[in-house]
Every structure is written in structure tokens, then in C-alpha cells.
Design a protein. Structure first.
Length: 290
């Protein structure tokens, strides 16, 4: 993950708002806030860092001999040995063990890095349970979107991928797909997940989601300023003394308002989707086999 050098530090919101999603891990994590995938970052990460997280564990260079006390703990391995062939059925539609395993391994890499940084232990049984529930929720929403007549054509998916590649700073869709393939996600799965995301976007458009009020935005701004100050050890947003790096400058409420609106709107969308999932779950035939 890239951190901002002190000499050029800038104030940032503490949680990112990834709007465009692709992999099952990203899709599930964004919609339902899994700890392994969701926000709650330190304000110094970028959206692109999640896609690059698979390569974050770096082996020691040949010939380099670090002291044992300075050595990083070894990265744990995902426990997928006993994942069944079918993890869940949702109204007769299967969530395969292969699909679940790919999603879990992607999620696990992110959670393992967070665990190493925070020192918190990982509970793989709980992680798998959360992921299975989230994938069930996603399937319920997609089925509901299909029943409502929503659809996403191949042309829509291609446009989505082109927009994602451009916004991610990737030269082409082919390069974007190659990047995901390196992380174990096939083109078929990426296109399928993109289609699901487009259908869920149509669902979101039909939900009764209220625009964030100025009062809500100001509350989020104040909490973000307080969190930033705490992260900087309570240092005021002004130049430090001689020989010290200046504390990050705090942008005004008006400067951050567009980001605040985006973040709160995303939160409201997630809450509305969660409520819709609960409604769909009541009348659904769901079996989780983990």
C-alpha cells in the first residue's frame, strides 16, 4: 500500500468510496461491508491499492539478511481444503465451491495483510461464513433485478470495462483483464461480475435513497477531521517547528463536500440494499452448506 510522505502529506477521508467494482470479492465487500474487503482504511490508501494487494507480500532479496526481530511474520494460508463443491443454493441457483474459493482467496489476501498490520487474529471460519452470506445476498439481488426486467448487454459490459480501465489508469481493457487474470480471476468471471454490477446499479436507481443533508455531511466532515488529527498524533494543521515536517493541511468543508456526498450516498445505497436483501431472504429458499 502506498503511504503519503510527510513532506507532501495531504488531508484525506478515512474511507474510500470505490464506485466501480469487478471481482466477486470487490462486489461482495463493497455491498455488504465485510471487514476483509471494506473501508475503514487509514486514509492513505487508494482504490487501486486493493487490486494490487495480491503482490504486497514481498520475499526478502537474495543475500539480504534481516535481523530475526525485524523479520515480518509469514503470511498465513487460506484454509479452503474442506470447501464443498456447492457452497450454497439460492432459489435453486448454485454458488459453486470454485467460485467461493476464488473469492475467498482474494478476500483472504487483503485480510491477512490487515491482520499483520493491526496484530489482530484472523478467524477463517467467521470470514468464510460472512463471505457465503454476502454471496447469497448478491445472488438474491441479481435474481430480483432479473425479475424486474433489468439487463446488461455485452455492449454495456464492454463500456463498463472500458470506463473501469480508464478510471484505473490502465491502458486498455485487455491489460485490465490480464491484471485480474494474474490474480486468479478469469475473463468470464470478470465479465459476469461486471454484468451483475450493472444490473445492481439499475436496482439502486430504483431505490428510495435520500440525498445526504448538509447536517449529515458536516457531521462526517467533523469526524474525518478529528480522525485525521488523531492519526497525526493530535498535531494542529499548521507548519511545525524548525526541522519538523508540517502537519497536513485540512481542506475546508466546501472543498471536501463532493467527496463527502459520494461517501454518504454510497453508505445509504448499501443500507438500502441490505434492507432489500432482508426482504428477499424472507421468501427465498436459501441453503448454505459450509
Amino acid at each position: 500500500m502506498r503511504s503519503t510522505p510527510q513532506s507532501t502529506a495531504r488531508f484525506t477521508l478515512r474511507s474510500a468510496n470505490p464506485k466501480k467494482l469487478l471481482t466477486s470479492v470487490a462486489l461482495v465487500g463493497s455491498l455488504f461491508g465485510l471487514a476483509a474487503c471494506g473501508g475503514g482504511g487509514d486514509g492513505e490508501s487508494t482504490e487501486g491499492d486493493q487490486g494490487a494487494s495480491a503482490g504486497a507480500s514481498q520475499p526478502a532479496s537474495e543475500g539480504a539478511q534481516a535481523a530475526p526481530e525485524d523479520a515480518q511474520p509469514s503470511m498465513p494460508e487460506p484454509d479452503v481444503e474442506n470447501v464443498p463443491d456447492v457452497v450454497a443454493t439460492v432459489n435453486g441457483e448454485e454458488i459453486s465451491g470454485e467460485e467461493f474459493t476464488t473469492a475467498y482467496e482474494g478476500q483472504f489476501q487483503q485480510m491477512a495483510m490487515q491482520s499483520q498490520m493491526s496484530g489482530q487474529e484472523m478467524n477463517q471460519d467467521e470470514m468464510k461464513k460472512q463471505l457465503a452470506e454476502s454471496m447469497v445476498g448478491t445472488e438474491l439481488l441479481v435474481q430480483d433485478a432479473e425479475e424486474q426486467g433489468y439487463e446488461a448487454s455485452e455492449e454495456d459490459v464492454n463500456a463498463f470495462l472500458e470506463e473501469t480501465a480508464e478510471s484505473s489508469g490502465v491502458a486498455s481493457v485487455d491489460e485490465l483483464l490480464a491484471t485480474f487474470e494474474e490474480q486468479g480471476f478469469s475473463e468470464e468471471q470478470i465479465r459476469s461480475d461486471a454484468q451483475k454490477q450493472l444490473m445492481l446499479d439499475q436496482t439502486i436507481e430504483q431505490l428510495d435513497i435520500q440525498k445526504p443533508s448538509d447536517e449529515e455531511l458536516k457531521k462526517l466532515y467533523d469526524s474525518s477531521v478529528a480522525a485525521q488529527s488523531e492519526a497525526q498524533g493530535g498535531a494542529p494543521a499548521e507548519d511545525g517547528g524548525e526541522g519538523e515536517s508540517a502537519a497536513p493541511e485540512t481542506p475546508s468543508f466546501e472543498e471536501l463536500k463532493p467527496q463527502l456526498e459520494q461517501q454518504l450516498t454510497s453508505q445509504k445505497e448499501n443500507e438500502a440494499l441490505t434492507k432489500r436483501i432482508e426482504e428477499l431472504r424472507e421468501g427465498a429458499d436459501v441453503q448454505i452448506k459450509l
